[in-house]
Design a protein around this ligand. Structure first.
Ligand code: TRP
Length: 334
């Protein structure tokens, strides 16, 4: 393989209240299966950059300790899930303050009307809030995040698509005003993450209170899985796996052979939903136990964790400075 790999960038917003390690951390199974696992799989084909968007979180987070803890928790979670800091970049957004210089340059070429049409801002207004200027400028900071690191591909969910389109517009406009090649024009890739149901069957989400924290200790994980909704078909009766919540979750984690096997057992009867939940728990436990161990070790050693993030920021800053040098020369600030 000689062709250079493209750069793929992922921003992770650390949100919520501080959650303790014993309670399984702030990341849930839905985050893992729907976002983290697919994002880490990209490392096979791209040069991946992951950063923790702490300054984006500040638009809504007022609790300093929660913010501090969430950043560490999210970093430890991604590392535990397989983010290899020797092959991929991981850092705190706030550690590379160059991003704010680029953001200002962008602010000077974007019409306020474009920001007024932003979904998040419009939703906040419609909801009767008076949004802060951080929410208004959120897409500008995001464009700077992306363009600062010469990102070519940005995989995002549908909710972030508009932000990506603005980043792309800004890059095109920069090159139009100041010369082709001033910045790299990013390409949004809308990813279709699998929707992971929570134990009540609705999409797993903190706002529904139906999450299964990813790093629950094994006993607590088992109890959480036993709470997954199922019907009251008697044990002896045959059961249809397709459409059953336990089986939907099983399909997200088990191999095709395991899935087929469980389907046969359920259809045969004399096999209860409780047994199926036990199988689901066992497959999950086998996969998550090593991750949980790494997560707990990382959370127990914040100095080492901060060191990993600092080392990532040092490498990211080199790319950032190179982009800014190019931009500064182009705009006449040098
Ligand atoms: N706004 C994104 C979210 O809420 C996080 C984010 C910040 C991001 N900067 C980014 C995502 C740059 C992709 C690229 O999920």
């Amino acid at each position: 393989m000689t062709h250079p790999q493209k750069v793929s960038l992922t921003g992770i917003k650390p949100t919520g209240s501080a959650v303790s390690v014993q309670d399984g951390g702030s990341v849930h199974l839905g985050n893992y299966l729907g976002a983290i696992r697919p994002a880490l799989a990209l490392a096979a084909d791209y040069r991946c950059i992951y950063f923790i968007a702490d300054y984006h979180a500040l638009t809504t987070q007022r609790d300093a300790n929660a913010l501090r803890e969430n950043v560490r928790d999210v970093a430890a979670s991604w590392l535990a899930c397989g983010l290899d800091p020797d092959k991929m970049l991981l850092f705190r957004q706030s550690a590379v303050i160059e991003v704010f210089e680029l953001m200002w340059v962008f602010a000077c070429i974007v019409a306020t009307g474009q920001l007024e049409r932003g979904h998040a801002y419009k939703d906040a207004l419609a909801g009767g809030d008076s949004p802060n200027a951080g929410i208004f400028n959120y897409p500008l900071l995001m464009a700077a995040d992306i363009i600062l690191y010469d990102s070519e591909i940005v995989p995002v969910g549908l909710d972030q698509k508009q932000h990506l389109e603005l980043a792309r517009d800004i890059a095109v406009r920069m090159n139009h005003l100041y010369g082709e090649g001033t910045v790299v024009v990013p390409q949004p890739v809308v990813t279709e993450a699998p929707t992971v149901p929570g134990f009540d069957g609705r999409k797993m989400s903190k706002s529904y209170g139906n999450t299964i924290p990813l790093f629950l200790p094994s006993k607590a994980l088992r109890s959480a899985i036993m709470k997954v909704k199922s019907d009251s078909t008697p044990m002896e009766d045959p059961k249809e796996p397709e459409g059953a919540l336990v089986y939907d979750l099983y399909k997200l984690v088990a191999t095709p052979a395991q899935q087929a096997e469980l389907a046969v057992k359920l259809r045969a009867g004399n096999y209860g939903w409780g047994h199926a939940k036990q199988e689901l728990y066992e497959v999950l436990e086998a996969q998550l136990a090593p991750l949980r161990e790494r997560y707990q070790a990382l959370r127990a050693d914040p100095k080492q964790l901060d060191g990993v993030l600092e080392a990532g920021a040092d490498k990211a800053r080199v790319v950032a400075r190179r982009t800014l040098d190019r931009v500064r020369a182009a705009i006449g600030i040098d």
